[in-house]
Design a protein around this ligand. Sequence first.
Ligand SMILES: [Zn+2]
Length: 714
Amino acid sequence: MPRKLFVTTALPYANAPFHIGHIMEYVQADIWVRFQRLQGHKVNFVCADDAHGAPIMLKAEAEGVTPEELVAKVAESHRRDYQRFGISFDNFYSTHSEENRELSAEIFLALQKAGFIETKTIEQFFDPVKKMFLPDRYIKGECPKCGTKDQYGDSCENCGAVYAPTDLKNPYSALTGAKPVLKKSDHFFFKLSDPRCVEFLRAWTQDGKLQPEVANKVREWLDSGLNDWDITRDAPYFGIEIPNAPEKYFYVWLDAPIGYLASLRNYLEKKGQDFAKYLADPKVEQIHFIGKDIIYFHTLFWPAMLKYSERKVPDNVYVHGFLQLSGEKMSKSRGVSVSPQRYIDIGLNPEWIRYYFAAKLNAHVEDMDFNPDDFLARINSDLVGKYVNIASRAAGFIGKRFGGVLSEEPLSAGRELKHKMRGNLAAPVPDDEQAPAILFEVRSFADAIAADYEAREFSKAIRQIMFLADRVNQYVDEQKPWEIAKEAGQDAALQWFCTLYLELFRILTIYLKPVLPKVAEEVEEFLGLKPLAWEDVGTPLKTGHKVQPYRHLVSRIDSKQIDELLEPPAEAKPEPPAKASVVAEAPEFKLEPIEPPRPPVILPVGDTISIDDFSKIDLRIARIVDAELVPDADKLLKLTLDIGIESNRTVFAGIRTVYTPKDLIGRLTVMVANLAPRKMRFGESQGMVLAAGDGNSIYLLAPDSGAMPGMRIK
Ligand SMILES: [Zn+2]
């Protein structure tokens, strides 16, 4: 049964073009969505511009346009850019829409009826010149703690103190410079502190669906008590008017998440489908992808609002960390940033950055580093050097020698052909009608790779795919088609081998299709196939099928292009206070920094040895081709290592407390290849893998990208 998925990304604020962090989030969600579609599931993937709030109103005013005009202009750039990065939103709408106005009003009235809305009189700073209440970020003054001038109304940049705007000394309006006055106003509050809400949220956030680090953070918030939430802003405000409350508007953070529903409704109704009926279907899974800064809104306010207005609550919220640049926090004002517009404008391929993000993303709330050297290496040596390389090695022969026609011999004929051909074609294969071992191996990864995509462990999926690409290249190297090509009477063999390489390439293309949609499309065109789905892994290319002339798929990155990308923009303007300023009501989400564990005791350096002593130790790069648990040995894993010359060295390693077999298969590590074999209760250990640390913290060594099994370490 196909799943029914309603998936969103966070809504971008409509006051500026995308920054690269937006693109990372969209790519993460898009890969997951495309993977689901490849599995045959039905997805509605929507987004919208978050169009309301004081910052937009004030920015429009400063530019001499209406807020609607400002928002429309930004929306245009947003639409252009998400398409340029291959993001497959079904609908990209706006919170400034009739659907959103209706839904926000309905939800508010339902909450009011259920007793979750309370009116309180509050006192706020009011700008007597501008005739408006001032958001915290538009009030400045002297820090009440250290006296530093020109500090914002919520916190001091000098001493870090956090305070209320009314605590500032000599406050003034950042808009007009006027001295603000305190003024009363009646505001609606959503009663998040209501025991019913708290009880529901405890259950909803602690039932194991959220990522553990997110659930822990939310538990801290729940334990320290939830505050009621001020959902009102006074006119003038660019937003949605509250029903039956003239001059009162919904705070932008109330109607922004409702924008998910508004965008979905707009989309379904355009297609002639019933929005209410769709969401009433218990099979529909509602999934939100967000950044770690807006967890509070999405795991507390949002599910509570939906629950008590009797709507479907989200099934999950998937949180990612922030993107950094070479280890530094991204900041446009400090010139530490990568502009997605510039990325495209200077001709960098969007599939490259999609691949790079995929190679680094996992299911945790970890910050990700954009490292230019790493980016270059992963594209040039992995994507192009390994994956694309397979196609270019085979396509030339198929095109020039055989007019694009694939072998008439089925791929399972490997064994009969072997007699006519050189090389060790088919190692023993457990089943599969004598298909060559390599084909069997590459196909056999389909489930494991699918499981990693499903779990958002994209970096693991990519690692496995590149492991397979390595295997295929290694296989081509062994078969040496360029030498077969020189021999008389070996045409059929050459054609068959190249057909096999293209089949292997086709399977790898399916595995990469969620990440590289454009490349996959070009491969489908080249191979003359209709769009590939995941289940096509087991449907090989037809015998005698004709392929199109090969055009190069992805080119290498030139390091000059990276220099151009990172060149600081000509005018680095300070950033205007953005949406973050209005987020101040929610406690900031701080992940406890994950300190690398320090060894408790650092041992002194050992006795000096000679170079001859060292050279007796034969250290080799080894590929972990298999890893399994050892019955009755809770510290051991049985590893099978490929060291180039031999492909089945068995080593028992005491790393089970830290690694699972799944983490290890496909990885490269370092082994002592000439250690005397040792008989153990479970079998013979034929060497040793190297790791740092002690019993509790073990870090398996790994070589830099490019090292290959069998290389000697000197
Ligand atoms: Zn201060």
